[in-house]
Design a protein around this ligand. Structure first.
Ligand code: ADP
Length: 174
């Protein structure tokens, strides 16, 4: 069974097998989590993303999908990039946000990652309301068939932490 844990902090500092990036479809960098990961992880990550754009993702990574690269200088071994839906955009339904979590875990399984840290995908620049995003994230992870042993939600501020804590309950956080 996958253990769900909660941390208030910075995703780039997590000592896990894989950290998930709230990327944009270009894979070529942005603000928020994406900016922090590239800043701290160094140029190797961007180089790997450029290679992906030059090969299987010529048009960019579609919303709801996930792909892995090196984690460069981060403590993690891999970065799993996923593209969340923009809240309110045409076709941006909750299933696409759930898909980010499911697809990231599928990629984690392919890599053999056992511990994976997620940010609250789509809740920054992409505007998804935190409480709803937390519900979707927790349901998606709980219903996923995965060999990942720990899914760690890394929340940047108290409001985000509380939203996830309410969904998870105190029983299985650690
Ligand atoms: P998106 O474009 O998918 O909305 P953002 O990166 O803008 O992604 O924001 C996603 C969430 O991650 C927001 O709640 C934001 O506050 C939070 N966040 C920003 N930087 C970090 C970080 N270094 N570690 C963890 N969470 C972060």
């Amino acid at each position: 069974m996958t253990r769900l844990t909660l941390v208030r902090g910075d995703i780039t500092e997590q000592d896990v097998d894989a950290v998930v990036n709230a990327a944009n479809s270009s894979l070529l960098g942005g603000g928020g989590v994406d900016g922090a990961i590239h800043r701290r992880g160094g140029p190797e990550i961007l180089a790997a993303c450029r290679d992906l754009r030059a090969s299987q993702y010529g048009k960019g990574l579609p919303t709801g999908r996930a792909v892995a690269t090196t984690a460069g200088r981060l403590p993690a071994r891999w970065v799993i990039h996923t593209v969340g839906p923009v809240y309110g955009a045409a076709g941006a339904d909750p299933s696409l946000l759930a898909s980010c979590y499911r697809e990231s875990l599928r990629v984690a399984d392919e890599l053999g990652a056992r511990t994976v840290a997620f940010p609250a995908v789509s809740t920054g620049a992409y505007g998804w309301p935190m409480a709803d995003a937390a519900r979707i994230a927790v349901e998606a992870v709980r219903s996923a068939a995965t060999d990942v042993e720990e899914v760690r939600f890394v929340l940047f501020d108290e409001q985000a932490y509380q939203a996830f804590a309410e969904r998870i309950g105190s029983s299985d956080t650690g």
